[in-house]
Design a protein around this ligand. Structure first.
Ligand code: KDG
Ligand code: MG
Length: 401
């Protein structure tokens, strides 16, 4: 099965996506997601200008060799742009291999380890009571696990609170600015979860994303304060470039920790996993070099009882979600999968076999990863530049968004 051609499709059906389509001499096509929010064209160029010319003519079955060729062969290793590009090739090749075998991808990954993947939804509100309503709405939809984010008194545009129904942090034009106050947040967050537990009890899992904004000692304080609320996880409490920060956080709290949505290599996660400083690893198929590399991360994590909790925000395309669900249903140490439903237009452009039912998702039984692209429809929605916002402290200091 030789690679005949490969094309990069950039489109904006409700938001920007970069998709790689590989075609074989047997007439099969495979898809990979290469979307890097706010930096889409960098990956598109990396693929178009540097990767596609090296793919044509290769045996599409040689997934591991092609991965190593693109990784080691480039000399310049790692980084979000490189790894998203390699991830798209890898995902498209797994899609092709499974299609050529006539099997859903999870069968090639060892078969099912569970009936379906538990997912968590996003409940958000402008204040505590609106967030309570959103949690209640998710419970009605059958979610077993819910991430809760709320507007914070005195903070304009708090992280995780979108005006629209379909959460989308990237905005048209130059990066928007938001204001952050750690003091106001730390005062507020425990009250939010106390209220949620008081109202809904302990039947459902509650999750929370700190989005890289605290210092290690502040994160330790928050984790400790949230212990009575028994969170499923506290996500990205500090920026994870400093992995030692997690030693300090761990010394003070038993609130489970989830990290890794901005990681792109097993080397980013190795110390955190081997030193048992985290409980969930959140790397995605798209940003972490595809299914092949993510399986290696999961295998390392399995040794330490660290479970997966793949990033699944709307900026990861349905192609990523399809691949993530095949990965999730097959891997032994699956923990949970993030689920932010895409806008209906996104779903129309990317028809897919995966389904959601009462808090669980299933990848479906279609051969491959089960996600396709309607190119004619996609062409009606050309790339529309958008940036993620930045955050500043109240005195103007630039902070982690
Ligand atoms: O593009 C950035 C988003 O994917 C990110 O802000 C979402 O933190 C996020 C999450 O946990 O889904
Ligand atoms: Mg996050």
């Amino acid at each position: 099965m030789k690679i005949r051609a490969a094309r990069v499709i950039v489109c904006c059906p409700a938001r920007n996506f970069v998709t790689l389509k590989i075609e074989t001499d047997e007439g099969l096509t495979g898809l990979g997601d290469a979307t890097l929010n706010g930096r889409e064209l960098a990956v598109a160029s990396y693929l178009k200008d540097h990767v596609v010319p090296c793919l044509v003519g290769r045996d599409a079955h040689q997934i591991e060799d092609i991965w190593q060729y693109l990784y080691k062969g480039a000399y310049w290793r790692r980084g979000p742009v490189t790894m998203a590009a390699i991830g798209a090739v890898d995902t498209a090749l797994w899609d092709l291999k499974a299609k050529s075998a006539g099997l859903p991808l999870y069968q090639l990954l060892g078969g099912k380890s569970r009936a379906a993947c538990m997912v968590y939804g996003h409940a958000q509100g402008r204040d505590v009571e609106e967030t309570c309503d959103a949690v209640s709405d998710h419970i009605e939809q059958g979610y077993r696990a819910i991430r809760a984010q709320s507007g914070i008194p005195g903070i304009e545009k708090a992280y995780g609170i979108a005006g629209a129904k379909f959460y989308e942090p990237a905005e048209k034009g130059l990066p928007g600015e938001t204001v952050w106050s750690t003091e106001r947040y730390l005062d507020f967050a425990p009250k939010l979860f106390e209220r949620l537990r008081q109202k809904f009890g302990f039947e459902h899992h509650l999750l929370h994303d700190v989005h890289h904004r605290l210092t290690p000692i502040e994160a330790a304080r928050l984790g400790k304060a949230l212990e009575p609320c028994r969170l499923f996880w506290m996500e990205d409490p500090t920026p994870a470039e400093n992995q030692d920060a997690f030693r300090l956080i761990r010394r003070h709290t038993v609130t489970p920790l989830a990290v890794g949505e901005v990681f792109n290599s097993i080397h980013d996660a190795r110390d955190l996993i081997e030193s048992q400083l985290i409980d969930y690893i959140r790397m995605s198929v798209t940003h972490a070099g595809g299914i092949s590399h993510l399986r290696k991360v999961a295998a390392l994590a399995e040794l330490y009882q660290v479970r997966t909790g793949c990033h699944g925000a709307t900026d990861l395309s349905p192609v990523c979600m399809g691949a993530a669900l095949h990965f999730g249903i097959s891997v032994s140490n699956f923990g949970i999968q993030e689920h932010m439903p895409h806008a209906p237009l996104t779903d129309e452009v990317f028809p897919h076999a995966y389904t959601f039912k009462r808090g669980f998702m299933h990848p479906g039984e279609a051969p491959g990863h089960g996600v396709e692209i309607d190119e004619e429809l996609a062409a009606k929605y050309p790339y529309d530049p958008a940036y993620l916002p930045v955050a500043r402290l109240e005195d103007g200091t630039l902070w982690s968004w």
